[in-house]
Design a protein around this ligand. Structure first.
Ligand SMILES: [Zn+2]
Length: 443
């Protein structure tokens, strides 16, 4: 090995030991100490972007706020938001707050059009995130597990991120990636069976899709496979969808939540609560219309401030609806946990109401007992397509209609739809999610 590479690796190893020490330290903090740590990191991050990034320097200067004199996290809410359009406008490297040669990882979000939403990380940022994800995942996964990661590895960072964390834990990791011609669903199912895979990492819709395909191939899911845990990424997981997964696979669903521009935001503990990674970011909930900061236990738009070196974001409006809870969790974590109700745009508007698809999903799955459904708006009526026979649809129709009326005050009807067509639509999505169910792109 040449001397330059030898020195670089020695340097990386010593830096990583320090990062691991800091990560371990933050996981041991009390709630009060964690708030102090976050305040310290927010102030450090503000100074860092002011000194190293022209975009944020301009934004902080224009805000006319004494940002360098903040004494409590609550004061920080006076600072301006960062919005998605600003990230796009700064493409490719306008938000870089480190030098180019420090970047080791670059990603872009899936499915975007025009200028993408991208993100980049220094080696230290990346490794710190790997350690945090590994620490949280180790509540669910051990080195005895075999884990199949069935998410896109190209550009999007979630697969790469979880992959590194699994490696740190020592789990046997099978990087299937997106179901594609390289590893189509039939081959993937064979791998899951032959390797006695214990854990899947995929979108909950994909987990249900794979279950359908495996049953078509004649497998008995609960006896032919050893899958006991499904880590759900890429879309919100309603309790009803988690139940459908349990029924199909006999496996527990654990939601994880993050996005390319922020990386990991929250991860499930063994009790199914998604704890926010408060040692690498600060979260607020705001009223999406007014921007007013709301407290815990109230549904609103999630705003994230991330602490990395390469591309920290200040008060980033995620466009996702969440609720933060500060109650204690049986796992003993001091990190608050959140519920993710889906993207604000993953909703339909009927009359003067905007209704989240995840909320509709919970009602429809629970009232109908199906795994898959479609939605179509016709005038002031919501047409619910169920993957059931005509007779079965008639049996559940009244319950579905009544519950939608009571819960959302909407008129609905129920029709049978072709399951193959719907499953095909899920199969071909890079990021299969609940938005697959909207027909004709109507929202
Ligand atoms: Zn917990």
């Amino acid at each position: 090995m040449n001397d330059v590479l030898n020195d670089a690796i020695t340097d990386i190893v010593s830096r990583r030991v320090k990062i691991l020490d800091e990560v371990n330290h933050t996981f041991a903090l009390s709630k009060e100490q964690l708030r102090e740590y976050q305040l310290h990191k927010v102030k450090e991050t503000l100074l860092h972007v002011y000194q190293n990034n022209e975009f944020y320097k301009g934004k902080l200067t224009e805000s006319n706020i004494s940002w360098n004199d903040i004494k409590a996290l609550s004061e920080f809410s006076a600072l301006p938001f960062t919005i998605k359009e600003e990230i796009k406008s700064q493409y490719p490297f306008g938000l870089l707050s480190a030098s180019h040669d420090e970047i080791v990882r670059y990603g872009e979000s899936t499915g975007t059009t025009g200028d993408p939403i991208n993100s980049y990380y220094t080696g230290d940022d990346w490794f710190a995130n790997n350690c945090i994800v590994a620490t949280l995942l180790s509540n669910l996964i051990t080195n005895q597990d075999t884990v199949a990661v069935i998410v896109p590895y190209g550009l999007a960072l979630v697969g790469q991120d979880i992959d590194r964390a699994l490696e740190l834990i020592g789990a046997k990791t099978i990087a299937i990636g997106m179901l594609s011609s390289a590893c189509p669903v039939e081959r993937s199912i064979k791998i899951l069976k032959d390797t006695e895979t214990t854990t899947l990492v995929c979108s909950p819709s994909r987990a249900l899709y794979i279950s359908e395909e495996a049953m078509k191939l004649g497998y008995d899911l609960k006896n032919d496979f050893k899958i006991k845990k499904i880590l759900c990424v890429g879309e919100g997981t309603s309790i009803e969808k988690a139940k459908a997964i349990k029924e199909a696979w006999g496996a527990d669903a654990y939601p994880l939540y993050g996005m390319t521009e922020t990386n990991t935001i929250a991860m499930s503990c063994q009790f199914g609560k998604m704890h926010i990674v408060e040692n690498k970011l600060d979260c607020e909930i705001i009223d999406a219309s007014t921007g007013e900061v709301l407290g815990d236990d109230v549904r609103g738009e999630l705003v994230v401030t991330s602490f990395g070196k390469a591309m920290p974001l200040i008060r980033y409006r995620t466009g996702d609806l969440c609720t933060i809870h500060s109650q204690s969790c049986a796992c003993g974590s001091t990190f608050r946990f959140l519920e993710h109700h889906g993207r604000i745009t993953d909703s339909i508007v009927m009359g003067d109401r905007r209704i989240q698809l995840l909320d509709l999903e919970a009602i429809i799955l629970s009232a109908s007992g199906t795994k898959f459904f479609t939605l179509k708006i016709k005038g002031d009526e919501l047409i619910v397509g169920l993957v059931l026979s005509k007779e079965e649809c008639q049996r559940v129709e009244r319950d579905v209609m009544e519950r939608l009326k009571i819960e959302f005050n909407i008129i609905s009807s129920v029709v049978p739809v072709d399951g193959e067509q719907l499953i095909h639509a899920i199969k071909n999505k890079v990021k299969p999610s609940i938005s697959s169910i909207l027909q004709d792109g109507e929202k």
